[in-house]
Design a binder for this molecule. Structure first.
Ligand code: DX5
Ligand code: ZN
Length: 216
């Protein structure tokens, strides 16, 4: 009923192939890849070569979360590298440029997404709704794994869930940051359909069980 997208930000990069196969074997629905540029967020992670490499070793959808400034410059290359979902941040460029980026992603055959930082109001998502297949709400400040879940984002999640339901939209609604066994039920209750988990997934001694817990 719910989908889990483990974030490889918490994977062992020395053993990334092993960890990808582990994500598959444990029954996960997709793989969340956090791309950071050191400008939009104060951290730098991975880019095209890693996504191209992942594409070669897995058939699971690659859920690519771009925490980069003016993402429209690069979305086509992320799709070409093998991303299935390309999610950009509403705060990363003007509305006009972001809408163009989302249309480019779809035109190239991938799923388009928009993400909101914790402090960005729910209303900011409205102009994007006709152009996106996934909405990703940050429940931590983007940039790092292992941060504390911000429950104050839940009213925004609930509001966006209501708008999607009113519109009869099948847009996925994802939550990212601090999702674990204690916070996941809150996300589900407020309308999330996809749960991203980095630290909680990789630290869990019973990962397959964690995946089932999130999915049911
Ligand atoms: C944070 C990233 C998240 C991060 C989540 O900026 O977008 O995807 O990996 O990590 P945890 O689950 O550890 O909060
Ligand atoms: Zn993320």
């Amino acid at each position: 009923m719910y989908q889990i997208s483990p974030s490889i930000l918490s994977a062992d990069f020395m053993n990334l192939e092993r960890d990808i196969h582990n994500i598959e074997e444990n029954g996960s629905d997709m793989i969340h890849v956090d791309v950071m540029d050191g400008l939009f967020v104060p951290n730098i992670t991975v880019g095209f070569p890693v996504i191209q490499a992942l594409r070669k070793i897995t058939d699971l959808p690659l859920d690519v979360h771009l925490m980069i400034d003016r993402p429209g410059r690069y979305v086509a290359k992320f799709v070409a590298s093998g991303a299935d979902y390309v999610t950009i941040h509403a705060e990363a460029d003007t509305l006009e440029n972001n809408l163009e980026a989302l249309q480019t992603i779809r035109a190239l055959g991938a799923k388009a997404g928009v993400s909101l930082k914790p402090g960005t109001p729910a209303e900011a998502v409205l102009p994007y709704l006709p152009y996106c297949d996934i909405i990703l709400l940050m429940t931590v400040e983007p940039g790092f794994g292992g941060q504390k879940f911000m429950a104050e984002v839940m009213p925004k999640l609930k509001q966006i869930r209501a708008w999607l339901d009113e519109a009869g939209s099948d847009c996925l609604l994802s939550v990212d940051g601090g999702v674990d066994r204690s916070t996941a039920p809150l996300c589900k209750k407020n309308g999330a359909t996809v749960l991203v988990a980095g630290t909680a997934y990789f630290k869990d001694p019973k990962r397959a069980d964690f995946v089932k817990f999130i999915q049911e």
